[in-house]
Design a binder for this molecule. Structure first.
Ligand SMILES: [Zn+2]
Length: 63
């Protein structure tokens, strides 16, 4: 078992990625992380991210 293949699944773009961070239980790839950081609050994409992050918050409350 030398196959060191750790592929995380990004919860924002829904793609398998290796680089990224874990925010609560949600893996966010480095690309999406960059997107979130650079997205303006009045951007349409921003509300999508906020919705996703809010969903994680709610799921952590039930644990
Ligand atoms: Zn992503």
């Amino acid at each position: 078992m030398n196959n060191k293949q750790v592929t995380n699944h990004c919860g924002v773009c829904d793609k398998p990625k290796d680089d990224g961070i874990y925010l609560y239980q949600l893996f966010i790839c480095s690309e999406c992380e960059k997107d979130i950081v650079t997205t303006e609050p009045d951007d349409a994409a921003y509300s999508v991210y906020v919705k996703k992050l809010r969903a994680i918050n709610q799921s952590t409350f039930t644990i």
